[in-house]
Design a binder for this molecule. Structure first.
Ligand SMILES: Cc1cc2nc3c(=O)[nH]c(=O)nc-3n(C[C@H](O)[C@H](O)[C@H](O)COP(=O)(O)O)c2cc1C
Length: 136
């Protein structure tokens, strides 16, 4: 199965980048930012992202739109401070673009300003690795 990992990280904490790096090691697959277009068709794209202002950022939306022909299925991995998942936000874009989105997703709470200090935890990274292992 061909897989790829893309991520978009915004805050200085780099929570999404950390999550993407953890699954990259687990899957032995490079984790690149969404600035990097897919160069070949993939069966599964692990899209690692976070919630900003109750939504996903345009960089993530644009990546999906530009790369839709190359994606068999998107698997969403994400963090937020409130515990609310970005799955529904991703779904709006994938539905509009005719891209399949897996019902399975990984979500965990993450640090933001002064809340959720230390999250994602080592345990969260382990759970994320176990999640992708099953799907890769
Ligand atoms: C500008 C900004 C806006 C955010 N807005 C929300 C929000 O609306 N809801 C929420 O649950 N978390 C929000 N967060 C928290 C992030 O989802 C969380 O910190 C995430 O782990 C950030 O990932 P990053 O470090 O890779 O950018 C926000 C964070 C930032 C930096």
């Amino acid at each position: 199965m061909k897989i790829a990992i893309r991520y978009f990280t915004k805050s200085k904490k780099g929570n999404t980048e950390k999550l993407a790096t953890a699954i990259s090691k687990e899957l032995n697959t490079p984790a690149l930012t969404v600035e990097n277009a897919l160069t070949e068709k993939v069966d599964r794209l692990f899209l690692v992202n976070a919630m900003y202002a109750a939504n996903i950022d345009n960089e993530v939306k644009d990546f999906l739109i530009k790369n839709k022909e190359m994606i068999g299925e998107v698997v969403n991995l994400n963090t937020s401070a409130t515990g609310r998942s970005t799955w529904g936000n991703i779904k709006k874009v994938t539905d509009a673009q005719g891209i399949k989105l897996s019902e399975k997703e990984f979500h965990c709470a993450a640090s933001w300003i002064f809340i959720n200090k230390g999250l994602p935890s080592e345990e969260d990274f382990k759970r994320a690795c176990a999640f992708v292992r099953e799907l890769a």
